[in-house]
Structures are given as structure tokens and as C-alpha cells.
Design a protein around this ligand. Structure first.
Ligand SMILES: NC(=O)C1=CN([C@@H]2O[C@H](COP(=O)(O)OP(=O)(O)OC[C@H]3O[C@@H](n4cnc5c(N)ncnc54)[C@H](O)[C@@H]3O)[C@@H](O)[C@H]2O)C=CC1
Ligand SMILES: O=C(O)[C@@H]1CCC=N1
Length: 275
């Protein structure tokens, strides 16, 4: 079985590297295509020794499973290039935000499409991926897809594309919200007089410790908050400030903004195809 990754950026390379490390495929069965000549040359020289192809014509017809890892706005042009070379046994896994299974099926003239939404921690094997497969995909094919997705971390199968868009707003874009929170805490630490490095260590260790506690048992975040807080103490002062400023609602709105944007991206790509 040959797996082709189209688009060797952040996510495409993450999959390539995770699949390579997993030993799931023979080296020559994991192949890459990116339209950037510069990137292809860099990849060819890298110590990873990836199988990089210069043209779609050379790699697409020999691929059994194809990852689409380009930006949603590059998808239409890419699918037009791919369409004539596709056969109906090929299985496509798209990780593009918003772009629907139907858009890909229509664009490529095939039925076997999986839509997945991973996230960036996949780079360190701690990814969270939601996915949905078209009904034309067999159980055995689904197992292979799950194996490939799980090389980057955990996955959850959802039963409608709405949940792929929704998980884009939670886990797909979510790492950026966490980084935003970290940056805000680091800024506060620096304004209190800590050095850049100390600010980083204070914040990073706090996140790491809190996550480890949270994963330790079934206690809710609220229960953990209560364990940190003393009545009339410092944590309560901070939590009161967060509550007064409605930060929970702001985070809720941010997640919905990403969810809604995913839905919009899907509509934009369908409209582009219909033109
Ligand atoms: N970055 C993230 O955290 C996440 C990204 N995604 C999705 O993954 C997809 C890729 O995102 P990134 O890896 O961040 O983008 P990126 O910009 O790092 O990589 C995209 C790559 O696609 C290549 N490309 C563009 N058009 C092409 C074509 N016609 N043929 C071959 N290669 C082409 C570009 O040269 C580039 O190397 C997006 O659709 C995004 O929605 C999904 C979950 C998380
Ligand atoms: O920002 C984006 O559109 C992509 C999808 C999820 C994370 N990054």
C-alpha cells in the first residue's frame, strides 16, 4: 500500500514523519508531493530521506491512500489537477478545515473520502483528530485510516460533518487558544518583573502540572479550581476577576467563531466548485 501526502507544510510533514516513525509502511511506500520547488529541494536534502516526487503525474496514479494537506483555498486548483489521474479505488483523507466530503467527492470524481480534523500537537504524538468516513469506505479501509491517523495521537470518529466543523473550533484551533492564554500569563509575569526565561518556565510548568493533575482522575475543572482556591484568598481574587470580565463567555465565543468559520470555508469551497 502506497500513501501519498500532498502538501508538505506543518500538517503534511507531521503526518509523513509520524507515519514514517510508526513503521506502519515501508519507506518507499510513503511518498510526498508539494508544489513548492524550494520545499521539495529542502526535503530531498533532509536527513529524513523522504521519497519526494516532482510531479503529480509520477506519484498520484501509484497511490492507494492520499492525504490532502493543502490550505482550503488551494484545494480547488489542486483537485482540478488531480481529477483526470484519479481512479475510484483510491482513498482520500482530507485534513482541510471546512471543505466537505461532497466537495472532494465531486471535485475528484471518487467516492472514498475521509474528512479529518487533526491538531498541531500531532507533531509530538499528542494530536487529537476527529474524523468521518464516507459510507463507501469499507471496514478494513477504515481500520487502515484509523491506524494512519493514530500515528499522530488520539482520534475520535464522529457521525456528522457538523462535528468535524465543531471540533475545528475546539481541538483543531484550540492549541492557539492555549498559547494565547500562556502568552497572556507570560506578559503578566514579565510586567511583575520576571525575566523572559523565568516567565516562560513559570507558565510552562504551571500548564504542564495542571494538565497532569486534570488527567490524574475524573475531577472536573471546577473541582480542581476549588482545590486551588482558599476562601478570601489569592486564587479567588483572580477567578472573581475572570468571572467579572466574562472570560468564559469570551472563550465560548472564540470557539464558536472558529466553528462558524469552518462552516463558511465549506460553503466557499462548494461555491467555488459550482462556478
Ligand atoms: N496548522 C494546523 O494547526 C492545522 C491545519 N489543518 C489543515 O491542514 C491544512 C494544511 O495546513 P498547514 O499544514 O498549516 O499549511 P501549510 O501552509 O504549512 O502547508 C501547505 C502546503 O501545501 C502546499 N501546496 C499548496 N498548493 C499545493 C498544490 N496545488 N499541490 C501541492 N502542494 C501544494 C504548500 O506549498 C505548502 O507547503 C489546511 O487545510 C488546514 O486547514 C488542520 C488542523 C490543524
Ligand atoms: O486555522 C485553520 O484554519 C486551521 C484549521 C485548524 C487549525 N488551523
Amino acid at each position: 500500500m502506497k500513501v501519498l501526502v500532498i502538501g508538505a507544510g506543518n500538517m503534511g510533514l507531521t503526518y509523513t514523519s509520524s507515519i514514517a516513525k510508526s513503521g506502519y509502511l515501508k519507506k518507499e511506500d510513503l511518498i510526498i508531493f508539494d508544489k513548492s520547488l524550494e520545499l521539495r529541494e529542502t526535503l530531498k536534502k533532509s536527513t529524513e530521506n523522504y521519497e519526494v516526487y516532482d510531479t503529480l503525474e509520477d506519484c498520484l496514479p501509484i497511490a492507494d491512500i492520499i492525504f490532502l494537506a493543502v490550505k482550503p483555498y488551494h484545494n480547488d486548483e489542486l483537485m482540478q489537477e488531480m481529477r483526470a489521474m484519479m481512479n475510484d479505488q483510491q482513498l482520500v483523507i482530507s485534513i482541510m478545515a471546512g471543505v466537505t466530503i461532497e466537495t472532494i467527492q465531486n471535485g475528484l470524481g471518487i467516492k472514498k473520502v475521509v474528512r479529518a480534523m487533526p491538531n498541531l500537537p500531532a507533531q509530538v504524538g499528542k494530536g487529537m483528530t476527529s474524523y468521518l468516513a464516507a459510507p463507501e469506505i469499507s471496514r478494513i479501509e477504515l481500520w487502515m485510516v484509523e491506524d494512519l491517523l493514530n500515528t499522530t495521537g488520539k482520534s475520535v470518529r464522529v457521525d456528522s460533518q457538523m462535528f468535524i466543523d465543531a471540533s475545528t473550533g475546539i481541538s483543531g484551533s484550540g492549541p492557539a487558544y492555549v498559547f494565547y492564554f500562556m502568552e497572556s500569563m507570560m506578559e503578566a509575569a514579565k510586567s511583575m518583573g520576571f525575566s523572559d526565561n523565568d516567565s516562560k518556565v513559570l507558565v510552562s510548568a504551571t500548564f504542564e502540572g495542571a494538565i497532569e493533575l486534570f488527567n490524574k482522575n475524573k475531577l472536573s475543572p471546577d473541582s480542581w479550581m476549588k482545590r486551588v482556591s482558599s476562601k478570601g484568598g489569592t486564587t479567588q481574587a483572580a477567578l472573581d476577576s475572570l468571572i467579572d470580565n466574562n472570560v468564559q463567555q469570551l472563550i465560548h465565543d472564540a470557539a464558536y467563531a472558529a466553528f462558524n468559520r469552518a462552516v463558511e470555508l465549506g460553503k466557499e469551497s462548494t461555491e467555488l466548485q459550482e462556478k
